[in-house]
Design a protein around this ligand. Structure first.
Ligand code: OOG
Ligand code: MG
Length: 254
């Protein structure tokens, strides 16, 4: 049964079509929802995609308020989700995509289970500003907590800006997302669990519950600092993050 749901979600993502919320007929336990997520990612891995890291979700008040959900969630990132900085995304490949400004970490050593902030910092190779493109496979971008977890936490793409030294101060950086050079939403890196490093600490803890660990070379997205912005044709989307610079992408004309 979980395998069937995983295939349905994988197909919905691959074909950019929306489906009814699972919770309308059958509310999964959180454990089953994470199992569905894993099985649906296994479908992608069996097609040749590779796991490149993880993303954290609902790590800021702005996101929790926008989506009406108030628990941390995590999803998996594959190489097929990488959008080049300055690249163009084809809107026909998404259901109803949105973009949000994030902070990314790349690790130089593994992190697993309960770790201190100091241990998390020590595992970081570099930090960067990033944009996550999310796309719910559910109608109207509405979901319960278990729905969104099963749907790999709406993961669909991400842009990473230039990498900066691991000891860069990321405690309280202004973060803005711009549409065609106008600020559409802004916040601070401190809006992400008070400090984005706390998101990495949480990532290590949550992912260990599924028997996995964060590994050297993997990328972790700390979660958006602001609400997400709906994508439409002909936009230039950029994230400007104090001291970390900017990164961007554009949308196609339809
Ligand atoms: C779920 C993903 C949340 C974040 O950064 O908080 C997330 C969603 O909003 O669809 O990626
Ligand atoms: Mg996000």
């Amino acid at each position: 049964m979980l395998q069937e749901i995983a295939k349905k979600l994988d197909q919905a993502a691959a074909s950019a079509t929306s489906i009814e919320q699972l919770s309308n007929t059958n509310e999964l336990s959180l454990e089953d929802a994470y199992q569905v997520q894993k099985l649906s990612i296994d479908e992608r891995l069996s097609r040749g995609e590779t796991l490149v890291g993880y993303k954290m979700g609902f790590t800021s008040k702005a996101k929790m308020l926008q989506m009406g959900v108030d628990d941390l969630i995590w999803g998996r990132l594959t190489d097929a989700m990488i959008i080049e900085d300055g690249g163009v995304i084809d809107l026909s490949k998404y259901v109803h995509p949105r973009a949000e400004p994030e902070i990314a970490f790349i690790l130089k050593s593994s992190l697993s289970g309960i770790v201190t902030k100091a241990q998390a910092f020590a595992a970081v190779e570099a930090v960067a500003g990033a944009i996550e493109v999310i796309d719910s496979r559910y109608k109207n971008f509405k979901f319960s907590l278990s729905d969104v977890i099963a749907d790999n936490c709406s993961s669909t793409g991400f842009v990473i800006g230039a990498w900066h030294k691991a000891d860069s101060d990321i405690s309280d950086l202004s973060m803005a997302i711009k549409v065609n050079d106008e600020v559409a939403a802004s916040g601070s890196s401190s809006d992400i669990l008070d400090h984005p490093i706390n998101s990495l600490v949480e990532a290590a803890r949550c992912i260990a519950q599924s028997g996995e660990e964060l590994k050297a070379g993997q990328i972790i997205l700390a979660g958006a600092a602001t609400a997400a912005i709906a994508l439409v044709p002909n936009q230039h989307i950029s994230a400007n993050i104090e001291n970390l610079g900017s990164c961007s992408f554009s949308t196609t004309n339809k």
